[in-house]
Design a protein around this ligand. Structure first.
Ligand SMILES: Nc1ncnc2c1ncn2[C@@H]1O[C@H](COP(=O)(O)OP(=O)(O)OP(=O)(O)O)[C@@H](O)[C@H]1O
Ligand SMILES: [Mg+2]
Length: 417
């Protein structure tokens, strides 16, 4: 790697290089500090850049340094190219795009700018969808949705401007092995279900609900990100592209998305939210495998291990809700986020999820009609809902009253004789 030989630029290049190496966890604070001190002490007789020192000490490899250089270059380009915004630095990158923290100069506020890679934006149909969905997303206004602010193109770069969320993603917690308690998980889920109910009511399906797109700000408010960001490729293509990346695998994708159905509805988001819920309360994704295609096959065909079989501390109610959310056929899932919210709030208040139980019962009846085998124990358990028991009790009381009346009537008749 050719070091920067224009010393005028070196300071800012050094600062950026050091800061990004630290951000991307390629080196520690102490290692960066050591490079900065050595740079000072060597300044007179052996001037070196931070990059050269990091390479010399083995804190970064040649390839890592090259990648950092190109990221710095990209962010400089973004800086020069997006009028009205001052790019302050990179906050992260996903499989397909890079996100920067920036200042929106007109309103003097901090925003996040997502820049799409050129290779995707060369497709004109994608660009059309990007603008159309960006505009729709900007119409949404909900405290649990990352606010879309602007979409645009400048100098061949397509960008999406949104509210900047100071905090962490749910993915960060899960990748550290955090298992959420029911209470904690429900608090997050209810906020997400409200966010999605709002989006669905405005005709928008998210299509990519997953822990990486769920952010939690410093006040603990949950923010659903990437709403209205048209998927860059088909879901299956995207999954294949992300091969080998532990968390890029399609762990949360709905079966109908895998099949490439075009007319997706809100139930696809219910499935993905269910898979996210599953991960939160069990510490595991619902279907694991070594390749994305195997994970997708399992979403399509394999029965899921009930969450309460993995985490036996879970209540049956929460497990039932997740199972209904993740039913393979969308008709067996909750019909809407509103219906799901009724059950989420019921469990939160210690009551039974009656919507889920009704679904179980309907499914059991359909199975019987179609002559498919029924899990009798599960069917029995779910058929005896509180509602059924109450109805049975009322029936019993009426029957007893009728018998008592008949006895009185009969006794009076005998006495009269
Ligand atoms: N509005 C935002 N405010 C602050 N940080 C954000 C915002 N949006 C995204 N980020 C950060 O930028 C990172 C990259 O986001 P991006 O959406 O490109 O990828 P991702 O969702 O993490 O992964 P993938 O591309 O696999 O879906 C995120 O991990 C997140 O930390
Ligand atoms: Mg994202």
């Amino acid at each position: 790697m050719a070091p920067n030989d224009t010393r005028g630029d070196t300071t800012s290049q050094d600062t950026l290089f050091g800061r990004m190496a630290l951000e991307q966890r390629l080196c520690t604070e102490e290692e960066l500090q050591r490079c900065l001190e050595d740079q000072k002490s060597r300044a007179a007789d052996d001037p070196s850049t931070i990059e050269e020192l990091m390479l010399e000490y083995g804190f970064v490899t040649e390839t890592q340094a090259e990648r950092l250089e190109s990221t710095i270059e990209e962010s400089r380009e973004a800086h020069r190219r997006i009028p009205g915004y001052k790019v302050l630095g990179k906050v992260g990158s996903g499989a397909m795009a890079v996100v920067y923290k920036a200042r929106q100069l007109s309103l003097d506020r901090i925003v996040a700018v997502k820049i799409l890679p050129r290779r995707y934006t060369e497709k004109s149909d994608y660009v059309k969808r990007f603008f159309k969905e960006g505009k729709l997303a900007a119409k949404l206004n909900h405290n649990n949705i990352v606010q879309a602010i602007d979409v645009g193109e400048a100098g061949g770069l397509y960008y999406f401007v949104m509210e900047f969320v100071e905090g962490k993603s749910l993915h960060e917690d899960l990748s550290k092995g955090k298992v959420f308690s029911e209470k904690e998980a429900l608090e997050v889920l209810i906020q997400l279900a409200h966010a999605l109910a709002h989006a669905h009511a405005h005709g928008m399906i998210h299509r990519d609900v997953k822990p990486k797109n769920i952010m939690i700000n410093l006040d603990g408010v949950v923010k659903l990100a990437d709403m209205g960001l048209a998927r860059l490729t088909s879901d299956v293509e995207a999954a294949e592209r992300e091969k080998g990346k532990a968390f890029g695998t399609p762990y949360y994708i709905a079966p109908e998305q895998i099949r490439g159905e075009v007319n997706l509805d809100g139930r696809a988001d219910i499935y993905s939210l269910g898979a996210t819920f599953y991960h939160m309360v069990t510490g595991r994704v619902p279907f694991e495998a070594s390749t994305p295609s195997e994970v997708m096959r399992k979403h399509l065909k394999e029965p899921m291990t009930p969450p309460d079989h993995i985490n036996i501390a879970l209540t049956a109610g929460i497990s039932e809700v997740i199972e209904v959310m993740m039913a393979k056929k969308k008709k067996d899932r909750y019909n809407s986020m509103e219906e799901l919210l009724i059950d989420l709030k019921a469990i939160q208040e210690g009551r039974a999820p009656l919507q889920a139980r009704q679904k179980f019962n309907i499914e059991t009846l359909e199975q019987l009609e179609e002559g498919r085998p029924v899990d009798v124990q599960a069917a029995d358990e779910t058929l005896y809902t509180e509602e059924t028991v109450t109805r049975y009790r009322i029936g019993l009381v009426i029957l007893m009253a009728v018998i008592a009346l008949l006895i009185i009537f009969f006794a009076t008749y005998v006495a009269m004789l």
